[in-house]
Design a protein around this ligand. Sequence first.
Ligand SMILES: [Zn+2]
Length: 213
Amino acid sequence: MKSNEIQKSPPSNWSRINKQACNSSFRYHYIRKSTVLDLVTPIAIIISLKGECLMKQIASFTIDHLKLLPGVYVSRKDTVGNEIITTFDIRVTRPNFEPVMNTAEIHTIEHLAATYLRNDKDFGNKIIYFGPMGCRTGFYLLLAGDYESKDIVPLLTNMFEFVRDFEGEVPGAAAFNCGNYLDMNLPMAKYIANRYLNEVLSSIDDTRLIYPN
Ligand SMILES: [Zn+2]
């Protein structure tokens, strides 16, 4: 919803925010109609008669995480200039049903996967970003271009095989290159990569390529 659309009440999926955190620079807001002056009064943040502040919920919070299985999903598509950026949800553990990854193996996968992706002959120059989700159940991959989730299954297969088969010193795992270089667990990274290859990528279908309704 754009700021110039008139709403009598906020949409149901907006999040209530502590009033102290409200900020007039927010992009999204709605316009409250004044019952006293019968004027349309623009306000930069949503303050209802109770003094509430609401912010638009970001798209990824609207996915039912209780139905979400480990898989490869398109999280969102954004347009930057004339280019579409596709954000993928690479979900490694089942949210709220199985243990999340520890930071050490996430960190190791991040170093190895980012190194692989930026060196891939087909996708290397399209990689915008690869990094972990804060909930530690998966990773985000941002690619320049308009893609569907099945388009990157071969890329992810190569990437996780690279992690599974990796031996030796993890790239960038040194004090000069990284902010927490001792927090690494290569054996667990290899275990997770192997499990994702076997349980998700090797026989993937739409139940693990398209978000649940
Ligand atoms: Zn690091």
